[in-house]
Ligand binder design. Structure first.
Ligand SMILES: Nc1ncnc2c1ncn2[C@@H]1O[C@H](COP(=O)(O)OP(=O)(O)OP(=O)(O)O)[C@@H](O)[C@H]1O
Ligand SMILES: [Mg+2]
Length: 276
């Protein structure tokens, strides 16, 4: 039986391309690599859920009895069959109540849930809320692999340090095993700021990571190929068409973007396969 690894896309900073990365890579995993995946929108903002453009009646039915919040009650959660290869758990506004409730053990509920269903999938892919408390703690506890997206609009060292402080603390406190941390620089363009930000990610971050974080000493960090800042991401998400489909059908000159995404997906899958 497959034992799908859990890949969590996280950064406590908002607007750094988490949801766009999940949206772009889910097709690479499912369509290009042919994997059976479960995608979870673990962010009450529901950005990913709205990008997937699921019929409102289907969403309402799914949330009525089997909302994602049921994880916190250890009850059945409804899964939407988004495509042959992609199952999807949509977000719910009420997730915030679950995150910030005083219920003991709430941080462990996502982990309990994914442990129950991981046998059905090659990979479980989770989009998260920009936050440093229960939403991110619970997502880290559920993760085997972390994908930390960092925007290259400017140097983000303070935000990055906060994220890795939290990761280090959780790994230490809970004795949590994380197999690997991948960093994806996002929205890369040709500006000076972007070049400086990329330098900071490629050079300063590995240095800081290896020196500062005792609990992460056995967790390798790998910086992946950057995702470029391109209008296709906004255009495709604007019309709610997958990035791959948009490029293949309407913007065939941007196939280089697909090659980048495919390469990133293959790297992450390579890690999952090795440990699954
Ligand atoms: N590579 C890219 N090129 C151009 N625009 C991008 C790219 N990646 C993301 N964007 C745009 O940047 C904005 C923020 O992206 P996204 O919603 O993915 O960030 P996020 O980290 O999920 O935000 P939040 O923390 O609020 O959930 C969106 O408008 C998105 O379309
Ligand atoms: Mg998001």
């Amino acid at each position: 039986m497959a034992k799908g690894q859990v890949v969590v896309v996280a950064n406590q900073k908002g607007g750094v391309g988490k949801s766009t990365t999940v949206y772009a890579l889910m097709d690479e995993f499912a369509e290009t690599l042919g994997l059976k995946i479960l995608v979870i929108d673990y962010d009450p903002q529901g950005t990913l859920t709205s990008l997937l453009d699921i019929d409102q009646a289907v969403l309402a039915e799914c949330r009525k009895e089997g909302s994602i919040c049921n994880m916190f009650e250890r009850k059945e959660v409804n899964i939407i069959e988004y495509s042959d290869k992609i199952d999807f758990i949509p977000s719910d506004d009420a997730l915030n109540d679950s995150f910030y409730s005083s219920k003991p053990g709430k941080e462990l509920m996502l982990q309990k849930y994914v442990d129950k269903v991981r046998g059905d999938y090659d990979l479980i892919f989770i989009d998260t809320k920009p936050d440093l408390q229960a939403p991110i703690i619970s997502a880290i506890l559920a993760a085997d692999i972390i994908v930390n997206t960092i925007a290259t609009g400017g140097i983000e060292e303070d935000a990055t340090i906060k994220f890795y402080n939290k990761l280090d603390e959780i790994v230490d406190l809970y004795n949590k095993k994380i197999l690997k941390v991948f960093v994806i620089p996002t929205m890369l363009d040709t500006s000076r700021d972007a070049k400086d930000a990329l330098y900071s990610i490629k050079v300063n971050l590995p240095d800081l990571y290896s020196k500062r974080y005792a609990a992460l000493v056995n967790v390798p960090l790998e910086i992946l190929k950057p995702i470029p800042r391109r209008a296709v991401f906004k255009n495709a998400t604007g019309v709610k068409v997958s990035i791959r489909k948009y490029i293949e059908e309407f913007d065939t000159g941007k196939k280089d973007v697909l090659l980048d995404l495919e390469q990133i997906a293959k790297k992450i899958w390579g890690e999952v396969k090795q440990n699954g």
